[in-house]
Design a protein around this ligand. Structure first.
Ligand SMILES: *Cc1c(COP(=O)(O)O)cnc(C)c1O
Length: 426
């Protein structure tokens, strides 16, 4: 077969873009060579509908072992009793949980999307908001932090059947214990979506949801630094609270319901090449090397936060506990939108994303904020003393938003800083 130069030339251009720039999108990371190798392997050729040792296809004796390894490793990593590693993405993992716990029209509660929640936590354009009735809790305007007393008030008023904790743009830790107490008051299931801070949670740098949440979901490609994908876990399996039984008349375990929701509920054949890459990533996450990496991610975020504060930027909640921060540009640059900041920073080879800030006066298309995170630049090998240099470059661009000479000069500095570094230096 003739080599497809059209595509491979574009892939090479993307490799160069990633190598020469400063990547600050909080949900992105750079995987290791061996994660990439497993993803690009012959396992992509295999159909394996079903679960290890319970497949609908022959020839699954090897992929049964790779999938079982992924399951065992992630259970060790998070101290979970049960895991399903098949969800194709974080949104799919969440959809499977919602389908398991709710009937169409049922009420569930998540963090307000404009306060840092995720599309799959009840956006009207996502299946979670189309099929179910989503209600929201919020952060406080003065502090930017979740007030759990207010959360409890919403829960008692709306009586959701499922409560979701976790977010995409929230820089503070979660009080899982308190959330479980709220859920227990109304007999709701508590789901923790730890897609963003999963790696920090796994290595005990943040509160552990596993003892308190009935069900935990996550992506595998953010701080966990694995292939693009999703995952569902339970600290402890339990009998379903709705009286559902198996064909033999025995009470169904939640694990059985969740397994069926993933397949055949919402997915067909699992991506066994991606599952093998998840196993590799989970193995890496268990290493001392990863522990040093993820501590550095947190240290870099704290250092970057100080650098923004020092230059007069408003950081939502005035700090960060995890790997990201949300910046409200209105305090320092009332006329510059998140969108303009994003587009101009891209010209300087610095990638961030525009983001709504809580109680934003602008729309999701323009926004007043930007979200910045350190997982990817930490994978490139950057350390805490370099965060101030990066924020200085960002500040130079935003302060000279219409000056192309300045922007080009910054791009030159960015390329000089990054081009010699491997994508994954760990
Ligand atoms: C990223 C994210 C997801 C979705 O992940 P995809 O793999 O993009 O579907 C779900 N929940 C939260 C909180 C996230 O941050």
């Amino acid at each position: 077969m003739k080599r497809d130069n059209q595509i491979f030339d574009l892939i090479e251009q993307e490799r160069r873009r990633q190598t020469s720039g400063i990547e600050l999108i909080a949900s992105e990371n750079f995987v290791s060579e061996q994660v990439m190798e497993a993803m690009g392997s012959v396992l992509t050729n295999k159909y394996a509908e079903g679960y290890p040792n319970k497949r609908y296809y022959g020839g699954c004796q090897i992929v049964d072992q790779t999938e079982q390894l992924a399951i065992e490793r992630v259970k060790t990593l998070f101290n979970a009793e049960w895991a399903n590693v098949q969800p194709h993405s974080g949104a799919q993992a969440n959809m499977a949980v919602l389908m398991s716990c709710l009937k169409p029209g049922d009420v569930f509660m998540g963090l307000d999307l404009s306060h840092g929640g995720h599309l799959s936590h009840g956006s009207p354009v996502n299946s979670s908001g189309i099929l179910y009735h989503a209600v929201a809790y919020a952060v406080e305007e003065e502090t930017g932090i979740i007030n759990y007393d207010r959360m409890e008030e919403v829960a008692l008023r709306e009586r959701p059947k499922l409560i979701i904790g976790g977010a995409s743009a929230y820089s503070r830790d979660w009080d899982w214990k308190r959330m479980r107490a709220i859920a227990d008051k109304i007999g709701a299931i508590l789901m923790g979506d730890i897609s963003h801070p999963a790696g920090l949670i796994a290595r005990k740098l943040l509160n552990d949801p596993m003892p308190y949440c009935h069900i935990v979901t996550t992506t595998t490609h953010k701080t966990l630094r694995g292939p693009r994908g999703g995952l569902i876990m339970m600290g402890k399996d339990f009998v379903n609270p709705w009286g559902l039984t198996t064909p033999k008349g025995e009470p169904k375990m939640m694990s059985q319901i969740l397994d069926s929701a993933v397949f055949p509920g919402i997915q067909g054949g699992p991506l066994e090449h991606v599952i093998a890459a998840k196993a590799v990533a989970f193995g890496e996450c268990l290493s001392d090397n990863y522990l040093a990496y993820i501590k550095q991610v947190q240290l870099n975020a704290q250092s970057m936060c100080q650098a923004f504060l020092k230059r007069g930027y408003k950081v939502i909640s005035d700090g960060t506990d995890n790997h990201l921060m949300l910046i409200d540009l209105r305090t320092k640059f009332p006329d510059i939108t998140g969108k303009l900041a994003e587009n101009t920073l891209v010209k300087a080879d610095i990638t961030i994303n525009k983001n709504m800030v809580p109680f934003d006066s602008r729309t999701p298309f323009s926004t007043s904020g930007i979200r910045v995170g350190t997982p990817a630049i930490t994978s490139r090998g950057l350390k805490e003393h370099e965060m101030d240099d990066i924020v200085a470059l960002i500040d130079e661009v935003i302060s000279n938003i219409e000056d192309n000479t300045v922007i080009e000069k910054v791009a030159g500095k960015v390329n000089e800083m990054m081009s010699f570094r491997p994508l994954n230096a760990w």
